[in-house]
Design a protein around this ligand. Structure first.
Ligand code: 6PG
Length: 484
């Protein structure tokens, strides 16, 4: 490292695209001087030589990196989640001192963050798991940031993160989410909702395309139009652009050239696995994860391609009316996805002892992140009006929105079933909605079955206590058994 008297107030470790962009973003904000370190020095050199304007302080070793930072030292790790993160934390804890702050800005599993925070805290160093959303562009120009960790760490870190976060309606898209793993937990839910949102949009496109024979470019126009209304969001906006793209080589719509097998790095699956543990039905998100898995099973899909489908050809008589129905179905299902995601946040906060302000989470998702959308303001309003809201979809605004969309939603799900068009997220969201609405659920029958084969007991609607029936023979009377 060149001799330097200037010290940095913030450092970045890991200079792949996300790390480099975040470092450049930090350097571009007044008052920040940024130290940078990468395992292979080549990347550090490339970044510093390509961006002399940033005034980076490059380091060749962890010791140099620590030396170049003012105290309390603050470093953001931007490496691939997993073992790499542990290795960097190990190195940093050797050269940092009590009171310093290590921030993991990757997509870490929140339980790993809880474990790491506990271990690092014992050294007196603060560890903050921070979810950062917005992809490469967001990292450079302003992401949405979801930090966990201690209140003490937030005091130093808050102003720095506020300086680089996206701004929505004058407010920076960052808040102290809660302690230890709360930030990465909320980022995980963000990604789960992202999966559901993307799947719903994909189903909407597929239904319109197969139902009306419109071209991808025509459907791009529809999405661009939708983006002017209540569906306005980053994902709708980029969908129009993806659909409009033409493949330079073949001249075909690019979407027809792309292999129809969706990848996944795991955050959607974590959301569902965690929801299963917490007992929260995030069915829309789960279907979105499974739909990606199904798409990526070429052998099973090829073997199944001649299975029988609907005997009659599917036709849509009123294409404009159908497109409007799909728009409404999309909006209704999207409300369900967010509602389910927030249910999981509530359950996670309770399980792990986090004081998460749901309205604030909706606020910091309004800008910078992948699921940024106009209707997040409505979610904030709903939780501001009633912080104890038990289900987001019952808030007055969403109740009204569902009133205006549910008939169309049903028509779309019926059409999809009749046409043999897979719409797992649309239909599971509708089933969830109808499940919540139902006066009586067939869960009563399931309780009967459980009691029949396993004496699992049941409760009655007409009096307290726990009951078991002697199901066979003459004696079918109900017997009270001790509660357990
Ligand atoms: C974001 C994104 C980002 C990334 C995820 C999803 O918020 O900026 O969610 O974190 O795109 O890794 O990726 P997969 O679709 O590959 O799981």
């Amino acid at each position: 490292m060149a001799e330097t008297t200037t010290k940095a107030n913030i450092g970045v470790v890991g200079l792949a695209v996300m790390g480099s962009n975040l470092a450049r973003n930090l350097a571009s904000r007044e008052g920040n001087t940024v130290a940078v370190f990468n395992r292979s020095y080549e990347k550090t050199e490339t970044l510093t030589s390509e961006h002399p304007e940033a005034g980076f302080i490059p380091a060749t070793t962890y010791a140099e990196f620590a030396e170049s930072l003012t105290t309390p030292r603050t470093a953001i790790i931007m490496v691939q989640a997993g073992r790499g993160t542990d290795a960097v934390i190990d190195e940093l804890t050797k050269v940092f001192e009590p009171g310093d702050i290590i921030v993991d800005g990757g997509n870490a599993l929140f339980t790993d963050t809880i474990r790491r925070e506990k271990a690092v805290r014992e050294t007196g160093i603060n560890f903050v798991g921070a979810g950062i959303s917005g992809g490469e562009e967001g990292a450079l120009n302003g992401p949405s940031i979801m930090p966990g960790g201690s209140a003490e760490a937030w005091e130093t870190l808050g102003p720095i993160l506020k300086s680089i976060a996206a701004v929505a309606e004058g407010e920076p898209c960052v808040t102290h989410v809660g302690t230890d793993g709360a930030g990465h937990f909320v980022k995980m839910i963000h990604n789960g909702i992202e999966y559901a949102d993307m799947q719903l949009i994909a189903e909407a496109y597929d239904l319109i395309r197969r139902g009306t024979n419109k071209s991808p470019a025509e459907i791009a126009d529809i999405f661009a139009e939708w983006n002017k209304g209540e569906l306005e969001s980053y994902l709708i906006e980029i969908t129009a652009e993806v659909l409009r793209q033409v493949d330079a080589e073949t001249g075909n719509p690019l979407v027809d050239v792309i292999l129809d097998q969706a990848g996944a790095k795991g955050t959607g699956a974590w959301t569902v696995q965690t929801a299963l543990d917490l007992g929260i039905p995030v069915s829309g998100i789960a279907e979105a994860v499974f739909a990606r898995s199904l798409s990526s099973k070429p052998a099973q899909r090829a073997a199944s391609s001649d299975l029988p489908g609907p005997s009659e050809a599917w036709t849509v008589n009123d294409p404009d009316g159908f497109v409007e129905d799909v728009r409404r179905a999309l909006y209704a299902s999207k409300i369900i996805a967010y509602s389910q995601g927030f249910d999981e946040i509530v359950a996670g906060a309770e399980q792990y002892g986090w004081d998460i302000k749901k309205g604030d989470i909706a606020k910091i998702w309004r800008g910078g992140c992948i699921i940024r959308a106009q209707f997040l303001n409505r979610i904030t309003e709903a939780y501001d009006e009633n912080p104890g809201l038990v289900a987001l979809l019952t808030a007055p605004y969403f109740r009204e929105a569902l009133e205006g969309t549910q008939e169309a939603w049903r028509r779309v799900v019926i059409a999809a079933a009749q046409g043999g068009i897979p719409s797992p997220a649309f239909s599971s969201s509708l089933a969830y909605y109808d499940g919540l609405r139902a006066d009586r659920l067939p869960a009563a029958l399931i309780q009967g079955q459980r009691d029949f084969f396993g004496a699992h007991t049941y409760k009655r609607v007409d009096r307290d206590g726990t009951f078991h029936t002697l199901w066979s023979g003459d004696r079918s009377e109900i017997e009270a058994v001790a509660s357990h």
